[in-house]
Design a protein around this ligand. Sequence first.
Ligand code: HGA
Length: 611
Amino acid sequence: MCGIVGAVAERNITAILLEGLKRLEYRGYDSAGVAVFTNNGTLERMRRNGKVAELEQALAGEPLAGRLGIAHTRWATHGAPCERNAHPHFSGSDLAVVHNGIIENHEALREQLKGLGYVFTSDTDTEVIAHLLNHKLKDNSDLTAALKATVKELHGAYGLAVISAKQPDRLVAARSGSPLVIGLGLGENFLASDQLALRQVTDRFMYLEEGDIAEIHRDSVQIWDVNGQSVQREAVQYSDGAEAADKGEYRHYMLKEIHEQPAVVQRTLENRLGQDHVLVQAFGPQAKELFAKVRNVQIVACGTSYHAGMVARYWLESLAGIPCQVEVASEFRYRKVVVQPDTLFVSISQSGETADTLAALRNAKELGFLGSLAICNVGISSLVRESDLTLLTQAGREIGVASTKAFTTQLVGLLLLTLSLGQVRGTLEAGVEAQLVEELRRLPARLGEALAMDSIVEKVAELFADKHHTLFLGRGAQFPVAMEGALKLKEISYIHAEAYPAGELKHGPLALVDNDMPVVTVAPNNELLEKLKSNLQEVRARGGELIVFADEQAGMTNGEGTHVINMPHIHDVLAPILYTIPLQLLSYYVAVLKGTDVDQPRNLAKSVTVE
Ligand code: HGA
């Protein structure tokens, strides 16, 4: 996804901007560019389609030297990936803008600005910001004041960085729905969409909040909040403990990654939510047109990603009314598949290099699918390169072999896909979409509440320490959550765990139940609760010990052999994401008690790049 870097200093900043862009490369992008207020007093830019290395090479041939500049890596949402559409965008010769996000009212603004005589040189939504700002500067020559007036007219999501040759002592920035952080230096200051881009130059950061506008000079920073009030944002010293490749205060990467989930889910939502709807173009410039034609969905994935796909099937059919099939990639690729007309092929993979999933995508291209979409955590992966559309999860690097944060961010991506398909095809009521968008905004906080149950789950884990077999039960969209819970326990504690839809209990697995086989159940407060309660009685009647993760409003209580762990109440659609958390914690603490190698369990590899 797009990346922003900016700098205002006393030294030449071009190399700093390039290094910042390289540090953001892992997010995936299609083109890159830089604009510098040069030592000759002119604003110049260099853009290239493709990699930052190509931009770097171009700059080696024609160097740009200056003390003020902005740079960008673009992942196209409006207008094809090409040099003409790459950022920075100019209005006239004095004003340069880089933008992350989507401007939803870009068409109306474009018409208005054309009427005022502005000439557009790209197909992007971003260029309207440059011209609108130029227009506002006619009434108000101060760049910050003009930016404040500009953002009032923008609908959608943006992180913006702007420079002007007429006020070359400052960098101005605005944040709404897309993150920005100011890096504080000595006699120099920086800006980026992710602090990782600036770790080379500083370890002190100031995070902009929603609606903030910032004016950044070499030796000062001024910020105004969403109401236009001047505010101070706290400067935070960044400690190495927070590095992705460092466990920090945690004993294992897996535990760290479990606890990162509120933050990475938040990141996965950034740039993708409008006021009351999902921004469909976050899936790419052709998404709207393609989604309008979709009549079926085929999901293909392996392992944990397959479970995410299974949850999505419940969402796609119940919310968007679209028939959906889900299959493990190693089966799909070797089967004679009959493809229904207008079927979207969706692949899910953390690494984007999973051999079977990649092979399935390559086969799918011969089978007459409508198009392909990858839900993936690595922007520069084969799966992303070879798919028509992409939704990048923003889980960051996942080191623990047992996937945790990649799974929950995949679920978020798949829910965004469901809402987008329902919106474009008109099968989802606007009111329902608005409510779910609101619930999604609250999700990071709810995940935080579930994580606060860490020590309760740690205690429950003791029940498993001497057990060899476990059963996981769930109904509806919680059945795949139970499958994922069982997989996690198998992977890292080596306890045999099986998951069943609770209704299947009597059709076989009940024969296994005795007081040596704990039964774990996820029980949100939905219409299936009463049926689930009956299944639990059947287990108790055979002496099975029950561990029930239940909605606090479900009215379930502890009893002999029944351990109820109350979960915060959540909208039923989002329950699979929330209920994943305690199951991850449970498998983690059981593994710790058993003394296994949690982060690198035996016989397993992080990304399965061979068949
Ligand atoms: N809408 C802009 C920026 C896209 C973006 O933020 N991608 O992550 C464009 O298409 O150029």
